[in-house]
Design a protein around this ligand. Structure first.
Ligand code: PGA
Length: 247
């Protein structure tokens, strides 16, 4: 199975989200491709309605780990599950570095998703500072250990995304990670996971993926799919995405 996850971040308001979903509803998704859309929370249900007769799954960009209660501004994994979410991004670098989420928060969110039957897409990756400090492996090891230690799951319950923080675009402008480097890191991650999980889980790459480079990532043996941010908001790129995931 090949995975294509579209993280719309906060790029699109409700009307623009619905408009894009309406266009994507006409895109044919082959059986060997799993597609997930991560709209803004406010647009979640409307986007879901637009895509109801398609193979597009829906996901949460972020979840709160407390199910219900006095948590102003939060939306829980349980609520997303009830609204029809199949996936959730957990530990995205924008949540970690812009909103101060810790590895402990990431673990709690991961467990909250697993508890309600949402497939978490655990995002990990080094920053530019980690590279300067020669801490790439340290960062990946630590994020994996804190997230996965003493967790038991089946291969269908988790997806891991390597997203080097320095490669994530700002409104579509970014420095993509060389596909061969992404491959090297995913090999490292696949080995590291064996310390915690008895099963192999799908591994994907994210960071400045677009129509021009998606095929080069998918050609790497350890890459099962991609998490696409800004480029996934441009409907004209989708045909290339689907082709790259189908060949
Ligand atoms: P980008 O974002 O494709 O715009 O670099 C990827 C992500 O952060 O999910």
């Amino acid at each position: 199975m090949n995975y294509l996850f579209a993280n719309w971040k906060m790029y699109l308001n409700l009307a623009a989200s619905v408009e894009l979903a309406n266009k994507l509803a006409h895109v044919t998704v082959p059986d060997k491709v799993t597609v997930g859309i991560f709209p803004n929370t406010l647009a979640f249900s409307d986007v879901k309605a637009e895509l109801k007769d398609t193979r597009f799954g829906l996901g949460a960009q972020n979840v709160s780990y407390t199910p219900l209660g006095a948590y102003t501004g939060a939306t829980s994994a349980l609520m997303f599950k009830e609204a029809g979410a199949r996936y959730a991004l957990v530990g995205h670098s924008e949540r970690r570095y812009l909103f101060g989420e810790t590895n402990e928060d990431v673990r709690k969110k991961l467990e909250a998703c697993l508890d309600v039957g949402i497939i978490p897409i655990l995002c990990i990756g080094e920053t530019a500072a980690d590279i300067a400090d020669e801490k790439i492996e340290y960062r990946l090891k630590k994020q994996l250990m804190k997230a996965l230690e003493n967790l038991s799951l089946t291969p269908e319950q988790l997806i891991i995304c390597y997203e080097p923080v320095w490669a994530i675009s700002q409104a579509g402008v970014g420095t993509a990670c060389e596909p061969s480097v992404a491959e090297e890191r995913l090999v490292f991650i696949a080995n590291e996971i064996k310390n915690y999980l008895a099963v192999a889980v799908p591994l994907i790459y994210g960071g400045s993926v677009g129509a021009d480079n998606i095929a080069a990532y998918m050609a790497q043996p350890s890459i099962d799919g991609v998490l696409v941010g800004h480029a996934s908001t441009r409907p004209e790129e989708w045909e290339h995405f689907i082709t790259a995931l189908t060949v």
